[in-house]
Design a protein. Structure first.
Length: 281
């Protein structure tokens, strides 16, 4: 527990003071990045980030942690559907896998100082957890008390040694919805699945051919990588009604069987967990 306390203090220092840390990259990067397949033991570290004008209240942080628990419970249920007991560790199982920290710099968009810091902080968390507990698979969840579109940064082999350490950024409120609309556990599950190799299936995605995506969603219209909404484009804060299709199950490593999908035009057996197109141009 002493080392865990040290880790929490280090993360707080990094976020609060913007300390300079040398990024150490693997000499031979795993093509799956810091988070592998969903069937591998994985730690997900939560950072609740406070801004100068907007901070997490104890009540809001507790509610967001509850939303994360719902997402993880759903993922474990999906794993059992495919015969796997998922070993995913979060603050739900180990309170030391979370901290609350402050950031007083500019936020902005694109290449803002905040965005550029996420990779550095994630690398340091992954390094510390690897050293203290031999945890090989680690991802970081940054929870921001602001309105925005949640997203995930994943490693791709084409990046070589850059962006190896993977993380998700979860905003407290969703844009273009009712005021103060929380994203809901489906959004958290959607972003976490990205860490394990799941690709988007909605129009405009660039991870695979649109023709293949349309075939998958035609067969599985409630696929969670296609939609996180319920009827009327509302989100549930109490449950996840979406499904995890065999296509996404293959992408994240829950199954190696593509027989049920063999009739889909353009489907190829790419490596699960690796961010490369599943279909060929």
């Amino acid at each position: 527990m002493g080392k865990r306390k040290l880790l929490l203090g280090l993360v707080l220092l990094l976020l609060g003071a913007g300390a300079a840390v040398m990024l150490l990259r693997p000499s031979a990067p795993d093509p799956m990045g810091s988070v592998g397949l969903i069937t591998q033991p994985t730690a997900l570290y939560s950072v609740y980030l406070d801004f100068e004008e907007n901070a997490w209240t104890p009540e809001d942080r507790q509610f967001q942690a509850g939303q994360l628990s719902l997402a993880l419970d759903w993922l474990r249920e999906q794993g059992k559907e495919y015969g796997a007991d998922l070993n995913l560790t979060t603050q739900q199982e180990d309170p030391a896998l979370a901290c609350q920290a402050s950031y007083d710099g500019p936020i902005g968009d694109g290449e803002s100082p905040l965005v550029s810091e996420f990779d550095r902080w994630t690398q340091e968390v992954c390094r510390q957890l690897s050293e203290e507990s031999d945890q090989e698979r680690v991802g970081v969840l940054f929870f921001l008390p602001a309105t925005g579109q949640s997203y995930t940064v994943v490693y791709k082999p084409e990046y070589e040694n850059d962006y190896y350490y993977e993380y998700s950024v979860i905003f407290q409120y969703r844009p273009h919805t009712l005021e103060n609309q929380w994203p809901g556990p489906a959004v958290l599950a959607h972003e976490i699945l990205h860490l394990f190799g799941a690709v988007d299936l909605y129009p405009g995605q660039q991870s695979l051919s649109q023709e293949l995506a349309e075939q998958v969603i035609h067969r599985y219209p409630d696929e969670i990588m296609y939609t996180v909404y319920q009827e009327g484009e509302t989100v549930s804060l109490e449950e996840i009604s979406q499904q995890l299709s065999p296509f996404t199950a293959y992408r994240v490593g829950l199954t190696r069987d593509l027989e049920d999908l063999s009739d889909l035009e353009g489907l190829t057996a790419e490596s699960p967990g690796v961010w490369e197109p599943v279909s060929q141009p």
